[in-house]
Design a protein around this ligand. Structure first.
Ligand SMILES: [Zn+2]
Ligand SMILES: [Zn+2]
Length: 248
């Protein structure tokens, strides 16, 4: 469907559930069935990368997960709205790959609560960039759509083109940390002429998996003089190693 036609239909039709399109009261809501199925990211979390942790264990004295303790990321704090499970995929995948760009509005609303303090402290919102070949194939950068909606909701300025991906990278799935970092080295850069010196930047993306991409973006921003970089995503992949209760 043409985006304009879809937009027109969206404004004429009553609001639908973010996942299944059943009627709901307002935009950006779940119907009761989907609300029960959806899983919000909730405490305890790693204070730094925001990964959900099991109750009563794992986080060290600073509330940091073992991964952040061993390999500290360049960003200060990452937070997300949803656990990236089957229900979240029903929402994120159409948004990312099937032109359901209108879902950005509902997703941004969900991100507002877990990101409240990060949004309040941010000088600017910057989306994780796509390489131009991927951008051409997909026609839009889903992270930029989220950053724009969050900018609208929070009043924080959005710099949608601040970061670029000059190098085309292979998918990171299945690579170990060193391989992912090597693949992403110099893959992200600041667009010439973009000023981030001294700024507190909030990086925005749809899904955070290992955090390596967010880390590469944060490194590029900090190298360009940003004071601090935080990360806000719509969904977070839980780490299976942290999902079981630790042995007593
Ligand atoms: Zn539903
Ligand atoms: Zn962590």
């Amino acid at each position: 469907m043409k985006p304009l036609l879809r937009h027109l239909l969206d404004t004429l039709l009553p609001p639908g559930c973010l996942v299944c399109d059943a009627p709901v009261d307002d935009d950006g809501q779940f119907c009761l069935t989907c609300f029960r199925a959806v899983s919000f990211v909730s405490a305890p979390l790693c204070a730094q990368c925001g990964v959900p942790l099991p109750h009563g264990g794992l986080a060290g004295a600073e509330g940091i997960c073992p991964h952040c303790a061993a390999h500290p990321p360049a960003f200060t704090q990452a937070r997300a709205a949803l656990r990236y499970d089957e229900t979240a995929q029903k929402l994120i995948l159409p948004f990312k790959y099937a032109d359901r760009t209108e879902l950005a509005r509902g997703l941004a609303r969900l991100m507002r609560r877990p990101g409240a303090s990060l949004l309040a402290a941010a000088d600017m919102l910057v989306p994780v960039p796509l390489h131009r070949l991927r951008l051409r194939a997909r026609r839009y950068n889903q992270a930029a759509l989220l950053a724009r909606e969050l900018s609208r909701l929070s009043g924080r300025p959005c710099m949608p083109d601040a970061l670029i991906r000059p190098k085309h990278t292979a998918p990171l799935e299945g690579l170990n940390l060193a391989q992912r970092q090597a693949e992403l080295a110099e893959a992200v850069a600041l667009r010439p002429g973009c000023a981030v010196a001294g700024a507190h930047v909030l990086l925005v993306d749809d899904v955070m998996t290992s955090g390596t991409t967010a880390d590469a973006c944060a490194r590029a921003l900090l190298a360009a003089g940003a004071r601090r970089v935080d990360v806000l995503t719509a969904a977070r992949v839980a780490d299976p190693r942290f999902e079981q209760k630790p042995l007593a």
